[in-house]
Design a protein around this ligand. Structure first.
Ligand code: PLP
Ligand code: COI
Length: 337
């Protein structure tokens, strides 16, 4: 199969629609059998629940080319499970996990020409989403929904790639206590839009959010979880009920322990202790692992070793597993074609 002609090595993280997307509609209390569509646009009522009351959730995962020409995905089952959790919390019908995996397989196979070549540094980003389409006026959930999974080739999420990021501690909150911070609901990102523009306007790459109840503990950033490494080489990541359970972070904790022999801890991390860490990074599907050089809290600055040795080792090992270069733990890699 011939690849599309693109400047793969210089892609940014943006929307370049691949030819096909998978679509299934929920009507009359059940999901239809689904199909591949070449239509990137959706026509819905002006009163659709998603447009007014934000009844929507989404996921993000990537397909990679391996050195020997296969196409693989990294732990898509966990995206299917997390989407099911998001749907339950948003009063949306769960798209069954096996159907989710079938949608991933079909979309990637149909768009194989769009999966960036091995070694290009790019990947095919998959964006599953669900929206409530029924017209509503009073506040209530929709009764009809669309599940859709589209694909777009992407490069690094943060511009400048290897440059260490500068973050600021946000004065605004992203998620409320007992709210929706732990699911991948569009509304969480709506909450962060003002703040990310403001952060960029002030020269920062991202916002670090604190726990909304006490504003004492580090939570995560607008689009990635955060991790720290102590000077002794121990990996520490925040535990909290209002952060997104990142699949990358959960995988990194295992990689750190079993591949790199690191001690790991998932526990509340106080803002007041971050000065004691040697390295810091952001992790996520889009962010992969992006090194952090500095976190600014008003007139205080906490600095970290930019691309430090542990962050580098974690990055290289995870990338190796995701691209099929390093043997993965059982069940982590789904071979698509
Ligand atoms: N936190 C937020 C707010 C995110 O949007 C993402 C991206 O999906 C993550 C963390 C990282 O999660 P994952 O590693 O599952 O992509
Ligand atoms: C992802 O990493 O897949 C996300 O959804 C994060 C988003 C901010 C791009």
């Amino acid at each position: 199969m011939e690849k599309k002609t693109m400047d793969w090595g210089n892609l940014s993280f943006g929307y370049t629609p691949a030819d096909y997307r998978y679509v299934s509609n929920y009507v009359g209390g059940k999901w239809d059998e689904g199909f591949l569509s070449d239509q990137p646009n959706i026509t819905i009522s002006e009163s659709a629940c998603v447009l007014h009351y934000a009844q929507t959730c989404f996921e993000g995962l990537k397909a990679y080319s391996t050195e020997d020409g296969r196409i693989i995905c990294f732990r898509p089952d966990l995206n299917g499970k997390r989407m099911a959790d998001s749907c339950r919390r948003m009063k949306m019908p769960v798209f069954p996990e096996e159907r989710f995996l079938e949608a991933v397989d079909k979309t990637v196979r149909a768009n194989a020409a769009w999966v960036p070549p091995y070694g290009s540094g790019a990947s095919l980003y998959l964006r599953p989403l669900m929206i409530g389409t029924t017209p509503v006026l009073g506040v209530k959930p929709a009764s009809e929904f669309q599940f859709r999974l589209f694909a777009s080739p992407v490069g690094p999420y943060f511009k400048g790639d290897a440059r260490a990021l500068t973050l600021r501690v946000s004065d605004l909150d992203r998620a409320a206590p007992r709210g929706t911070g732990h699911i991948k609901a569009g509304l969480n990102y709506a909450m962060s839009l003002y703040n990310i523009v403001d952060a960029h306007d002030h020269g920062f790459d991202e916002n670090v959010y604190l726990d909304p109840a006490t504003r004492t503990y580090i939570e995560e950033t607008g689009g990635a979880n955060i991790l720290f490494v102590t000077p002794e080489g121990k990996l520490v990541t925040p535990a909290s009920g209002s952060i997104l359970p990142s699949i990358t972070r959960r995988s990194l904790l295992e990689v750190a322990k079993t591949y790199l022999g690191m001690e790991v801890a998932e526990r509340p991390v106080a803002l007041e202790e971050i000065g004691s860490f040697a390295e810091c990074g952001l992790c996520g599907t889009a962010a992969v692992i992006s090194p952090v050089g500095k976190i600014v809290d008003h007139d205080r600055e906490f600095t970290f070793e930019g691309n430090g040795p542990w962050i580098q080792k974690l990055y290289t090992t995870l990338r190796g597993i995701q691209q099929g270069r390093i043997p993965a733990p059982s069940g982590w890699i789904r071979e698509i074609c």
